[in-house]
Design a protein around this ligand. Structure first.
Ligand code: SAH
Length: 248
């Protein structure tokens, strides 16, 4: 079981697989006012940076589930590196339908809401693992500016304009699902640069090391197009944020 190889090539050097910088991730942990010992479930935990740094900085414990074998291994290494291997556990597996044995104070899905079939389904899934008055974290993209054409939406890795909504619409949708939005931290263009531009050097180095690989042609095409695509589209049109929710 694994995710498509393109991601494990282009994001192999990422610690955070979304447009948050380490500073934004620390801000999110701080604004949640986490008590030491808070249990956190993270579905689609990637390379584990959120749980590992919050275990170090705020004394939380955590369980992460991720379908990428590479990212799950990297998460375990990161936990050892930060001295929190006794506080966090990373499970390599499909998080669809996953619920924790013990209820959690925070249940998160940060940039992987397809796991529950979209935002509403993911909130429902996370709610199964949540204590009363616990916090759900949803990391989700939105249109920072609405694209003028469907073609522009596709350049932003969205299937269509209708696939994403504006920030006010996204925030309203949480209310419609019966949740208070109790905090939020939004990514900025610097964060998008870190997420997207970090892929370019990784791709370049990978091409040097793997010239004969079946994937080399695909990676070469992506590297040719990615910087222009980023500055013309993603950076301008896409927003992203993490929203903290509590059931009304
Ligand atoms: N939350 C992490 C990773 C976001 S990227 C971070 O912010 O850094 C999306 C992640 O979802 C990837 O790590 C990918 O491997 C994982 N993923 C995709 N489908 C999944 C599934 N069905 N179950 C568990 N993880 C999944």
């Amino acid at each position: 079981m694994d995710i498509p190889r393109i991601f494990t090539i282009t994001e192999s050097a990422h610690r955070i697989h979304n447009p948050f910088t380490p500073e934004k991730l620390a801000t999110l942990g701080a604004v949640l006012r986490l008590e030491p010992g808070t249990r956190i479930l993270d579905l689609g935990s990637g390379s584990g940076e959120m749980l590992c740094t919050w275990a170090r900085d705020y004394g939380i414990t955590g369980i992460g589930v991720d379908m990428s074998q590479l990212f799950s291994q990297q998460a375990q290494h990161r936990a050892a590196e930060l001295g929190v291997a006794d506080k966090v556990t990373f499970i390599h597996g499909d998080a669809a339908g996953y619920s924790a044995d013990e209820k959690c104070g925070v249940a998160a899905c940060v940039g992987a809401t397809w796991i529950g079939g979209g935002v509403a389904g993911t909130i429902e899934l996370l709610a199964q693992s949540l204590c009363a008055n616990g916090i759900i974290l949803i990391g989700e993209p939105y249109w920072r500016q609405e694209p003028p054409t469907e073609e522009v939406a596709k350049k932003c890795f969205a299937n269509s304009i209708a696939n994403l909504c504006s920030l006010p619409e996204l925030v309203a949708s949480f209310g419609e699902l019966g949740y208070d939005v109790v905090e939020m931290v939004l990514a900025d263009q610097e964060g998008w640069d870190r997420y997207e531009a970090a892929k370019w050097l990784t791709m370049r180095r990978w091409l040097e090391a793997n010239p004969e690989d079946d994937f080399a042609k695909e990676i070469r095409t992506q590297l040719n197009e990615a910087p222009q695509r980023h500055v013309a589209y993603t950076r301008e049109y896409l927003g992203w944020g993490v929203f903290a929710l509590m059931a009304r």
